[in-house]
Design a protein around this ligand. Sequence first.
Ligand code: FE
Length: 229
Amino acid sequence: MNYKTLHKFSYGLYVVSSKKGNNFNGQIANTVFQVTSEPPTIAVSINKQNLTHQFIKESRKFAISILSKETPMKFIGHFGFKSGVKIDKFKDVNYKVSNADVPIVLENAVAYLTAEVIKEVNVGTHTVFIGKVVEAEIINDKEPMTYAYYHEVKRGKAPKTAPTYIKEEIKKEVEKMAKYRCEVCGYVYDPEKGDPDGGIAPGTKFEDIPNDWVCPVCSASKDEFERVE
Ligand code: FE
């Protein structure tokens, strides 16, 4: 069996959000699709370890924000590689609360839908939630992000809890500069560019970065970086 076959599926990139009590949470997912049109229903596959899973289980509601192609890696990292157990992901993010009381992320979104769970399927590590669409709105005419674009252009990686995660052998690349890749999210530190937002000037060698520096995308520590050969 060739597991790479599974890489041939095309997907989009979404923020799936829900609530529990007064708390909101959301995560990145690529496994969202329409199931039927009459009535409109959609499905999403969510890892049971994720906080959003708990929230959807509890509220029976979720929102899907369809992300634009221009969505920065940092934003994807914020929702995709950080846990809502530790941080409030909605703090400092542009969102609104729907009539049905579901948080909807508007930032970097081209459109959104909200749904009520009508059925759920236990699939081992994940639950597939099937939802009746309650609201659906277009926000702008920007092009939606595809999973392929995220991987190829943005050089993003699937978190280990994603349904489509496959243990990847990291391609060894021959490059002149010693670049370092975050083993958690795939972000590559390029010494030529540095990390100005993180206080690292362009031209700083990875070895010279202070030890308390963290990955700008997923906040992994410096020791979780591997040299790109
Ligand atoms: Fe990272």
